[in-house]
Design a protein around this ligand. Structure first.
Ligand code: ACO
Length: 302
């Protein structure tokens, strides 16, 4: 499997730490020190998981320069599609006028969603076929802005990638463990922050170590690790446990906060567009989140 093009989208509206401190008992200092987040982007009334997904997908298709009639698979990862049915993926097929002889479906693996989608696509794709995979979220619609434990963390956005069949293998690992105590979403997100923090560091550490070994790399070989952007301290703790320099971990959470399934592809797109990923680099992508779920993928960038 090969990632041929990436794209991303974020709403124009920005919610700063200062603005949040006028809504709940918090401060810019607390949020920056405990999370690394400065701002997040918030969808306007006329934006949705679908509109953001569409923008990110069009950018990714453009970057990949793949004819849309070659797309055989569309997978969207989201916990915030406003409709139960049709799926985001079906609406993307319609809006982007993709062929109808395709498989198009959504998956719910919370913040691991894009990694799950990437793994699924890599297992399903055949020679000369391409897949469009998207993570898109409007978490602001399920964030309780009276709850300072959660409302400082989340933001909206979308990221996408076009992937193609290649004989170059990707190496993956995934985990799912039913648990509705540490993290649950009903009308709002409910989270036991401490427990999720511990789970996240462990899941990331295990996932990165496992896929690095499977790929035949050493941890020291890794050029870039693109993780779910939940909290800078989670990524720093994982880097420390693995003995990898924290500067190998790509970070953009200061601008966007935690965008759940969108965060890995948004970060990947920024890394690609800013020239931080080159051919031949050894790259790991990793996610963790509600479910509980986690997953990681290692590849040599080609
Ligand atoms: N502003 C000010 N004070 C706050 C805030 C806030 N926004 N939030 C909590 N506090 C207070 C707490 O009430 C507590 O006060 P107390 O000591 O008087 O009880 C104190 O700050 C310390 O709270 P902690 O929970 O210990 O803070 P911690 O350092 O653990 O940071 C955080 C909390 C940021 C939530 C952290 O635990 C975290 O990042 N957890 C992981 C979240 C995550 O990664 N989620 C990913 C999955 S999300 C998904 O799948 C959709």
């Amino acid at each position: 499997m090969r990632i041929l093009g990436t794209g991303s989208a974020a709403p124009v509206n920005i919610l700063t730490n200062q603005m949040l401190s006028n809504m709940v008992d918090t401060s810019d200092e607390w949020i920056v020190e405990r999370t690394g987040i400065h701002t997040r982007h918030i969808a306007a009334d006329n934006e949705s998981a679908l509109t953001l997904a569409r923008q990110a997908a069009m950018q990714a298709l453009d970057a990949a320069d793949v004819q849309i009639d070659k797309i055989k698979l569309v997978i969207c990862a989201s916990v915030t599609n406003e409709l139960r049915c049709p799926s985001l993926a079906c609406n993307i097929q319609r809006d982007l006028e993709l062929p109808e002889d395709i498989l198009a479906f959504d998956i719910n693996a919370a913040c691991s969603g894009f990694i799950y989608a990437l793994i699924t696509a890599s297992e399903l794709l055949k020679e000369n076929e391409y897949a469009l995979i998207i993570g898109s979220e409007v978490l602001s619609r399920i964030t309780d802005y009276r709850d300072r434990n959660t409302c400082v963390l989340f933001g909206d956005g979308a990221g996408a990638a076009v992937i193609g069949f290649s004989t170059n293998p990707i190496h993956w690992t995934a985990m799912a463990k039913g648990d509705d105590q540490k993290l649950r979403i009903d009308d709002y997100i409910h989270m036991d922050g401490h427990a999720v923090f511990k789970f996240a560091v462990e899941a990331l550490t295990n996932g990165i170590r496992t896929v690095t070994e499977k790929a035949g790399f050493t941890l020291a070989d890794l050029d870039l690790v693109v993780c779910h952007q939940a909290n800078e301290r989670i990524l720093a703790s994982a880097a420390k446990r693995l003995g990898i320099s924290p500067d190998r971990f790509f970070l953009n959470l200061a601008k966007y906060g935690n965008t759940s399934a969108a965060s890995v592809p948004m970060a990947l797109d920024e890394a690609v567009r800013s020239g931080q990923i080159h051919k031949g680099m050894r790259v790991v992508l990793a996610g963790f989140g509600g479910g509980l779920t986690s997953g990681a993928v290692a590849m040599e960038w080609s």
